[in-house]
Design a binder for this molecule. Structure first.
Ligand code: ATP
Ligand code: MG
Ligand code: FE
Length: 335
C-alpha cells in the first residue's frame, strides 16, 4: 500500500509518501514559523497564503524524493480537520485535484488520529493502548482497544498544554513557538518557582492549564510591582514541573485502570524533554512499554497522516470529492 498524504491544518505545509502504514518513503515539511514569529502566534490569513504557495511544491518534492509517479500510488490522504478552515481547504483541494486527475481514492484523516499514528512509523501499535495527546490545540488521554477505535477518557477543560506553553513564553518575552524555549530554559537551572498543580476531581482524567498560566502571569506581575527581577529559568522550570507532574500522574493512573499493553505520547508537546524523561521513568518502573516518536514526527507532518490513513484504507473507508474542511471535527472511531 502506497499512500500520498497531505497536511495543512495549521502552520506547516506537508506531504509524505508512506508504504504499508509503517515505512516513510519521503516526508517533506515546509514550516511557516518564521513568518508568524513577529506576530507571536499563527495568523490564519498568512497561514493560508503560505499553504497556497507551498502545497504543490511539497507534493512534487515528496514524489521526487520517493522517486515515484502518481501511478505508483494507491490513495491520497489528507487532513480533513480539526484546524484552521482556510488552511485545511488548501490541502483538501490539492488532494481532491490530485485524486481526480490521477483516478485515486481519497481519504480524509483526523489530525489527532494522525498525531497518534505517528507512533506506527516507529513501533507496531499494540492494543489496548493509551495515547497521551499533547499539542498546540489538544490535551487528551485516548484509549484505543483496536485500530481505528478512539475513546477520549480525559481532555482539557480550558487551554491545551501547548497553548499554555506558548502563552507563558510570551509572558517571559520569548519568541513563538514558546514550547521549545521554555523546555530549554527549564533545564538551565536547578531552582524552580512553586506553581500550583491542578488535579480537578479525584477520579477525573481531565486537565486544566489556564489556572497555572494565570499563576505565572500573576507571579510576574507581583514581582514587577515590587521592582524585583524574575528568574526566567526558575519560572520556566516551575511551570514545566507543574505541567509534567500532572500529565505524568494522570497518564499513569489511566494506564493502570485500563490495563493497557502500551502507552504512547503524541503531539508537539511530546517533544518536551522534561515530559519524555518523566514518562520514561514512571513507565519503566511500572513495566508498561512507552513509546514517544522522534521530534520531527511529534510536530505537524504528513507522514503521520499517511500512517493513520493506511488502516482506514484497509477498512475500506473512502472520502469523496465533496470533502470539506472541518475545523471542529471530532475524533470518532472508524471501526
Ligand atoms: P493541534 O495538533 O492540536 O491541532 P498544532 O498542530 O498547532 O495543534 P503541534 O504542531 O502538534 O500543534 O504542536 C505545536 C505545539 O507544541 C506548540 O504549542 C509548541 O509550543 C509545542 N512544543 C513544541 N516543542 C515543544 C517542547 N519541546 N516543549 C513543549 N512544547 C513544545
Ligand atoms: Mg504547528
Ligand atoms: Fe498538530
Amino acid at each position: 500500500r502506497i499512500i500520498l498524504a497531505i497536511e495543512s491544518s495549521c502552520d506547516e505545509t506537508a506531504a509524505a509518501i508512506i508504504r504499508n502504514g509503517t515505512e516513510i518513503v519521503s516526508n517533506v515539511v515546509a514550516s511557516q514559523i518564521e513568518s508568524h514569529k513577529r506576530f507571536g502566534g499563527v495568523v490564519p490569513e498568512i497561514a493560508s497564503r503560505h499553504h497556497v504557495e507551498q502545497i504543490t511544491v511539497v507534493i512534487e518534492e515528496a514524489l521526487a524524493q520517493a522517486n515515484m509517479k502518481p501511478t505508483d500510488l494507491d490513495a491520497v490522504a489528507v487532513t480533513e480537520g480539526p484546524g484552521l478552515v482556510g488552511a485545511l481547504l488548501i490541502g483538501i483541494n490539492a488532494a481532491k485535484a490530485f485524486a481526480f486527475a490521477n483516478d485515486l481514492p481519497i481519504i480524509g484523516v483526523h489530525h489527532i488520529a494522525g498525531h497518534i499514528y505517528a507512533n506506527a512509523l516507529v513501533q507496531p501499535m499494540e492494543f489496548p493502548l493509551l495515547a497521551l495527546v499533547v499539542s498546540g490545540g489538544h490535551t487528551e488521554l485516548v484509549y484505543m482497544k483496536e485500530h481505528g477505535s478512539f475513546e477520549v477518557i480525559g481532555e482539557t477543560r480550558d487551554d491545551a498544554a501547548g497553548e499554555a506553553y506558548d502563552k507563558v513564553a510570551r509572558v517571559l518575552g520569548l519568541p513563538y513557538p514558546g514550547g521549545p524555549r521554555i523546555d530549554k530554559l527549564a533545564h538551565e537551572g536547578d531552582e524552580a518557582v512553586t506553581f500550583p498543580r491542578v488535579w480537578l476531581e479525584e477520579d477525573s482524567y481531565d486537565f486544566s492549564f489556564s489556572g497555572l498560566k494565570s499563576a505565572v502571569i500573576n507571579y510576574k506581575h507581583n514581582m514587577d510591582q515590587r521592582g524585583e527581577e524574575i528568574s526566567p529559568t526558575a519560572v520556566a522550570k516551575g511551570f514545566q514541573d507543574s505541567v509534567v507532574e500532572v500529565l505524568t500522574a494522570k497518564t499513569l493512573r489511566a494506564a493502570r485502570e485500563y490495563k493497557v499493553k502500551q502507552v504512547i505520547a503524541a503531539g508537539g508537546v511530546a517533544a518536551n524533554k522534561g515530559l519524555r524523561t518523566s514518562l520514561e521513568s514512571v513507565f519503566a518502573e511500572e513495566g508498561i512499554p512507552l513509546y514517544v516518536p522522534p521530534l520531527k514526527l511529534c510536530t505537524d507532518n504528513a507522514a503521520m497522516i499517511g500512517a493513520a490513513a493506511t488502516p482506514m484504507f484497509e477498512t475500506n473507508i473512502r472520502g469523496n470529492l465533496s470533502m470539506n474542511g472541518r475545523p471542529g471535527m471530532e475524533l470518532k472511531s472508524w471501526v
